[in-house]
Design a protein around this ligand. Sequence first.
Ligand SMILES: C[S@@+](CC[C@H](N)C(=O)[O-])C[C@H]1O[C@@H](n2cnc3c(N)ncnc32)[C@H](O)[C@@H]1O
Length: 240
Amino acid sequence: MSARTPANARTRLRARTEGPTRVDPQFWHERWEQGQIGFHQPDYHPALLAAWPTFALAPGSRVFVPLCGRSLDMAWLAARSHTVVGIELSPIAVEGFFEHEKLVPTREPCGALERWRAGRYELLCGDFFDLDREALGEVAGWYDRAALVALPPDLRRRYVERLAELLPAGARGLLVTVDYDQARMDGPPFSVPPVEVEGLYATAFDVEPLGRHDCLPENPRFRERGLASLFESTFRLTRR
Ligand SMILES: C[S@@+](CC[C@H](N)C(=O)[O-])C[C@H]1O[C@@H](n2cnc3c(N)ncnc32)[C@H](O)[C@@H]1O
């Protein structure tokens, strides 16, 4: 590999060739610094709009958004009177979210994390794996879009184990995943087929598939990366 190979490509190559993979936090920091955030959606996610109302969570209840980026979906959840607790590695993302919402947050240390708070939002800046139940608080539900699939295989298992520790019994979550021919493209997003979702979650969660469709037509950038199909699946999860 040449010294001129871009850092992101080096990280991906390492992830592909070195056995149990690990995406370095630096990978994500560089993505944010360089504005390479093709995953960021300019609008609310249709699956959230369709499925969330059926969850019937109490107004005012806390909702967790792991690996939240600066997703506008958090604003949609807040507009439904939830308090939104997100966690995100990149301060650029956290700052960008509050700026977009025209809010000026307070900032305070929270263990290894930093809590940014304004309006109905508490965004914890730092590593998901440093989050504990006390910092998260009692949540009624969670929303995972592009979080599980952002993680390589070894971290996916740790992520689900940690979620199970963080979430109280009865908490309901909406999970949005993608799956595709992993031989045609490196992650992230990684391919996480429904059978893997079942395998990861079934010991601690009830898993209910809600839908699956080929979303490549709405995501042409993945056709350019070599994909012939890109299936998006949604699941309702309940912590037992
Ligand atoms: C693919 S993006 C998805 C962001 C958001 N969920 C959305 O739908 O736009 C994944 C995000 O997770 C963040 N991230 C990756 N690893 C993380 C970790 N260990 N802890 C906290 N955030 C992390 C990245 O910085 C990035 O913003």
